[in-house]
Design a protein around this ligand. Sequence first.
Ligand code: ADP
Length: 811
Amino acid sequence: MAAQTNSNEYGKTTYPLLPLRGLLVYPSMVLHFDVGRPKSVSALEAAMVEDHLIVLASQEDGQIDEPVVDDLYGVGTLARVKQMMKLPNGTIRVLVEGLARAEILEYTGEQDYFQVEVRIHSEPDDVQATPEMQAMMRSVSQQFEQYVKLSRKLDQETYAAVVDINHPGRFADMVASHLPLKVREKQEILECFDIQERLERLLQILSDEREVLELERKIHQRVRKQMEKTQKEYYLREQMKAIQRELGDKEGRMAEIEELREKLEAKQLPPQVYEKVEKEIVRLERIPASSAEGTVARTYIDWLLELPWTEEARSTPDVARAERILNEEHYGLEKVKDRILEFIAVQALTNRQSGPIICLAGPPGVGKTSLARSIAKSLNRPFVRVSLGGVRDDAEIRGHRRTYIGAMPGRILQGMKQAQVINPVFLLDEIDKMASDFRGDPAAAMLEILDPEQNETFSDHYIEIPYNLSNVLFITTANNLYDIPGPLRDRMEIIQLAGYTELEKLHIAKGHLLPRQRDRHALKGDRLRMSDDVIMEIIRHYTRESGVRNLDRLIASICRKAARIIASGESKRVTVTSALLTTFLGAHRFEYGQVEETDQIGGVAGLAWTEMGGDMLTVEVSVVPGTGKVVLTGKLGDVMKESAQTALSYVRSRAKSLHIPTDFHEKVDLHIHVPEGAIPKDGPSAGITMATAVASALTNRRVHREIAMTGEITLRGRVLPIGGLKEKSLAAHRAGIQTIIMPKGNIKDLEEIPSIVREAVRFVPVSHMDEVLELALEEAPLVDDSEQSNHDAWFADLLSEGKYGGGEAHQ
Ligand code: ADP
């Protein structure tokens, strides 16, 4: 380029320079802009004085107010100022026309403004495009067209005007000027003096630009789609609101939905549950408010929202505290309390929420429920109780499928809802009273619930989502262990509660029941007085139970009556006497299985064990002439009837040694009766009692009245062990019995018997019926005191005279 001379058609090479900010002017472009900076104004003025020509050069950085030489690009545009107009704010608006590219060679002066020497790169009007250039121009046109379509920033006319330009250089400049390029990019095009190079660069920029645009468009579309969807939903929802409003369901459903949504957001739910609720809410929205389906969906959502899923009670097992609470709330029960404290200690050490399942077994009213409640209290966990009594359908435990009308979750999840936390103490009451039939086996469901391996994902038919029960501390209760299905029983750690002695009941009444009922009835101070004797009278004659439930009820009833007397102003305080007791509670309800006043023939005190606890029953036998019939009365169960037959057969086998005619069974009828006829009785444990009674009646020998007995009998007279010795001995003690004949096999049970009973009663373990008869029957057979004991004579007498040989046990 050295040979190139710096001359041009404009007649000079030095011009004033006007720096441009954020703007670039191409040759052949006409545009106006405002000039405000003093230096720029001076440059303008200088140009105006001469030939109106000026060099426009862009600043690299538009932010700079006072650019120096280095801030300006090295190539600018020679332009003619066509118009100048002073604006009111002091700036000048100019209209310029680009003429040619001006390469700055040197800055020749800088006082008021920049002055530069430039080399002008003019492009003659008649430059002809080479075929290559034409091809490129076509390409640029196409790309530009697409760009115009995509960008929508340019109108069709501008586009048409631009592509109409034949001059390849100007064409490129015009396209570039219409693209939204950065100044730096525009400058690149400006600096391409070679037209072909300029077109190439432009093509590249265009294709880049188009790509960006394409991307933008895609993003935009996506955003728009999303927007449209939300808008559509919003619109539909609004419409639905309007429709529902028209149908009279004003805020109703919508307010309901909003409330549910708020609840959903407020509650901490596992993702699975959250999603389910969300889905159900959307579904609910579409169901007309009046339809029954809406109620079903609503109830389901409520259930999911009301069940505890993550809420947890803070519980720190503390043995000392537990001990205090247990002792405060329960009298006696030392062994039971010890077992419970051991259990809590293990919990504290292992830091586990659940653990082995405790089963509190015993008759009603012995404090099973209230012990469980105390356990919850001492662990600081909420307590819920669900009764399983009478549950025969597995759906009662696991719920009904939602397709059933009125479907509900099962009792387990109902309990959980009530608990409001995932780790309550959960009492499953009367687990022995579940029954299974064709509707399913609730015991199988219980097995799953009580199995730590399986209860993490307990499935309720109604809720459908697996529910985690593994943090729950389950406690069960049962009246009769033998009614619990084996596998279920094996899973539990059984703690037996036997029943209270009269004395224990007295303590419980004085220490717990009475104070509590006094509080409830606002009978503070000494407004209600009751002596021990009176309490004992209630225990003895108004209740018949192992526990203290009825006792509690009667005390409450007395409190009510006393409160009424005081409230009516009749009296300031009430002292309950035996006479007042009769007014309050009526006549004695129970006359206890008491010891007979005299020794009886054919009447023997037996000990029975029912769910109500132990009881003393008299077995009566009478002998009448007949043909060998045996009549059994007193609502005896099959096992008991068989046991009576066995007893009879034993007596027959011993007829000789007992001095009974060996053919007695053909000559007399035997009637065996167990009084309290309305109470069903069963079991083998009255075997020795019946044998003794039969023997007594047939031998006419009296039975010692203060002896009671219990034991199963075999045909050969062996005495087999029985259950419930503790309860039976309590009953015997209460009745005033002094000797209890019991099977040897039950010796191990003796240690469970309260010491007060052991001290008062003599226990005689036996292994054979012969020993029983030895102990129970009095020596002399009574026919006639004067005659010697001739049993055959007595028997003959009986047959000839039809005289009863006994059976007047109850006079
Ligand atoms: P269960 O569940 O065994 O049928 P509950 O726990 O309902 O019996 O007991 C009945 C009532 O007797 C409760 O009010 C309970 O507090 C009270 N109770 C039972 N045993 C005792 C005890 N040892 N000390 C104090 N109160 C007792």
